[in-house]
Every structure is written in structure tokens, then in C-alpha cells.
Ligand binder design. Structure first.
Ligand code: ADP
Ligand code: MG
Length: 286
């Protein structure tokens, strides 16, 4: 095959050419797998939290990332979202390297995470939290891109933002809480607001770290329903969860981490019956 390749298409020659990052990305990314993590290593002093972990996330899926305590789930989450820089490995989103990028740059690319409501935001209303969300998550540059003097543009943008905020609040059924201070919300309502805020950046993929921790069963169902509805609309989710049942019942693809590596991958049945997974979880409540 390579013998017959016309001049200029030899893979090594291609790699050496100065293609634009987008072109290179398109060449390297198989369709349907927007997020690819390969050989990621992260050490904290003497502790190896991630030890060469690799996996991909399929477009339009709800993918679960599970593992016993200390497996490296949160560290992986933080590496993907730019909070930590891995010591080795690559993390690509649509072929573009995320390692070395700031969290806001990764968010601008359409890969967002939920953030806990910070203390200063607790003293603002739900509506104010929502109005600030895109600004906080995308960084100032987006807002500065409105040309000075384009007053009409600013007003129109504000109106559009307001509309999007109300639509999102209604979608999560927290519009009746718009004037409440975020600090007064229940654990579950807070999680709904955190997700609503994340969606204000118009993401493609949403990463959730333990989205159901401290959420009562009624709101838990509501949150999961919303995730499924959003997936129907084309969003992709990567759910990091300690609770195996939540993952089993909601994810079509599950990645199991153990000691900083990927131990197994598959659907709920495959994972449930995997001896290595059962062994890794021994002594834990699953
Ligand atoms: P999980 O989220 O699966 O419970 P973590 O990613 O939080 O696992 O932790 C993986 C390993 O890395 C654990 O041994 C943990 O103690 C260690 N670790 C995580 N974050 C840090 C840190 N900031 N400093 C030192 N060690 C850390
Ligand atoms: Mg964790």
C-alpha cells in the first residue's frame, strides 16, 4: 500500500509537513470518538495517581467512569479539564491536544465541567449565578470581543443571554428559585443549578464528577432524566461516579479504573460479570 502511495502522502512525510492543527486533528481523530485519552500519567510526589490510563468517549453517549476509592477518577477528570497537567500522555478533543491548555480554553472548545457554587456565588441569586455563568467559565475574552461602541450589540446580547437563562432554568425546573440566594438551595437544587450553569456555555461534552452526591432520590431522578434528555439532543456526557448502580442504570459504556489505570471497559453486563472488576471492588460497597 505505502509503495503505491503517490508522492507526498507517505505518513512520515505528512507528519513533517506544517499542516494546520485543525487539519492534523481531522486526520488523527476517528469519527465518533471526540475525546481520546492515551497513556496519561500523573504523579503527586511519590504517589502515582494515574499510571498510563487510556480510553475514548463516544459522541452522543453517556459514558461512566467508575472505580474504587483512590482509583484516579478525580485526577483523570482534573487532567481532562486542565486543572492538572499530566506528567505523560495525551488528551485530545477532536484531535486537538488539551494538555497544557487552561480550563477556560478547554471550556471554549466545548468540553465543560460542572463547578461547585463558590462561596461568593452563594450570596447571589440563582438568576445572577446563571447570568454570570458563561462569563466565569469562558473567560473575559469572549465578552471583550464585543466591539467598543457597539451598544446595540451589547443590549441585544444581554437580552439573548436572559432568554437562554430562563429557558435553561425552566428545563431544569428551577425557574421558581430564580430569586433565591444560591446559598439557600438544597443539595439537589444546587446540583441542578451547577448543571444549568455548565450548559450556559453551550458545550458539546459535559463532565460530571459525582453529580448525585448528596442529592435526594426525587431530585436524583430529575437530574438523570435531564441528562438523558440532553443526550437525546446530542450532548455527550462523561460521568465520574462512585455509585456503581447509578452508572450501571444510566451509562451504555462504562470504563472501570483501578490503581491509576483502566481495568475494564464495556456495558453494564460486561462490567458486572468481570472478575477483575469484582476483585478490585472487594471490601467496597457496590
Ligand atoms: P478517586 O477520585 O478515584 O477516588 P483520586 O484521583 O482522588 O481517586 O486519587 C487517586 C490517588 O491520587 C489517591 O492515592 C490520592 O490519594 C492521590 N491524590 C489525588 N490528588 C492528590 C493530590 N492533590 N496530592 C496528592 N495526592 C493526591
Ligand atoms: Mg474522586
Amino acid at each position: 500500500m505505502s509503495d503505491a502511495a503517490p508522492e507526498g502522502t507517505d505518513p512520515e512525510e505528512l507528519a513533517a509537513t506544517d499542516d494546520s492543527p485543525a487539519e492534523k486533528a481531522a486526520q488523527e481523530t476517528p469519527p465518533g470518538l471526540p475525546l481520546r485519552v492515551e497513556g496519561v500519567v500523573k504523579r503527586f510526589g511519590g504517589i502515582t495517581a494515574l499510571d498510563g490510563a487510556s480510553f475514548s468517549v463516544e459522541e452522543g453517549s453517556i459514558t461512566g467512569l467508575i472505580g474504587p476509592n483512590g482509583a484516579g477518577k478525580s485526577t483523570m477528570f482534573n487532567c481532562i479539564t486542565g486543572v492538572h497537567e499530566p506528567d505523560a500522555g495525551t488528551i485530545r478533543f477532536h484531535g486537538e491536544e488539551l494538555v497544557g491548555k487552561e480550563p477556560y480554553q478547554i471550556a471554549q472548545m466545548g468540553l465543560v465541567r460542572t463547578f461547585q457554587i463558590a462561596r461568593e456565588l452563594e450570596e447571589m441569586t440563582v438568576l445572577e449565578n446563571m447570568m454570570l455563568a458563561p462569563k466565569n467559565q469562558l473567560g473575559e475574552s469572549v465578552w471583550r470581543s464585543v466591539t467598543p461602541g457597539a451598544r446595540q450589540g451589547v443590549v441585544q446580547q444581554e437580552e439573548e443571554l436572559r432568554e437562554a437563562v430562563w429557558e435553561t432554568l425552566e428545563f431544569f425546573e428551577i425557574d421558581h428559585l430564580a430569586e433565591e440566594y444560591a446559598g439557600t438551595l438544597s443539595g439537589g437544587q444546587r446540583k441542578l443549578l451547577e448543571m444549568a450553569r455548565a450548559l450556559m456555555t453551550d458545550p458539546e461534552m459535559v463532565l460530571l464528577d459525582e453529580p448525585l452526591a448528596g442529592v435526594n432520590p426525587t431530585l436524583e431522578d430529575k437530574l438523570l432524566e435531564r441528562i438523558h434528555e440532553l443526550r437525546e439532543q446530542g450532548y455527550t456526557f462523561l460521568l465520574v461516579e462512585h455509585d456503581m448502580e447509578v452508572i450501571m442504570n444510566n451509562c451504555e459504556h462504562i470504563i472501570v479504573m483501578h490503581q491509576g489505570n483502566v481495568l475494564a471497559e464495556g456495558d453494564a453486563d460486561a462490567i458486572r460479570n468481570n472478575d477483575q472488576v469484582i476483585e478490585a471492588y472487594l471490601g467496597e460497597d457496590i
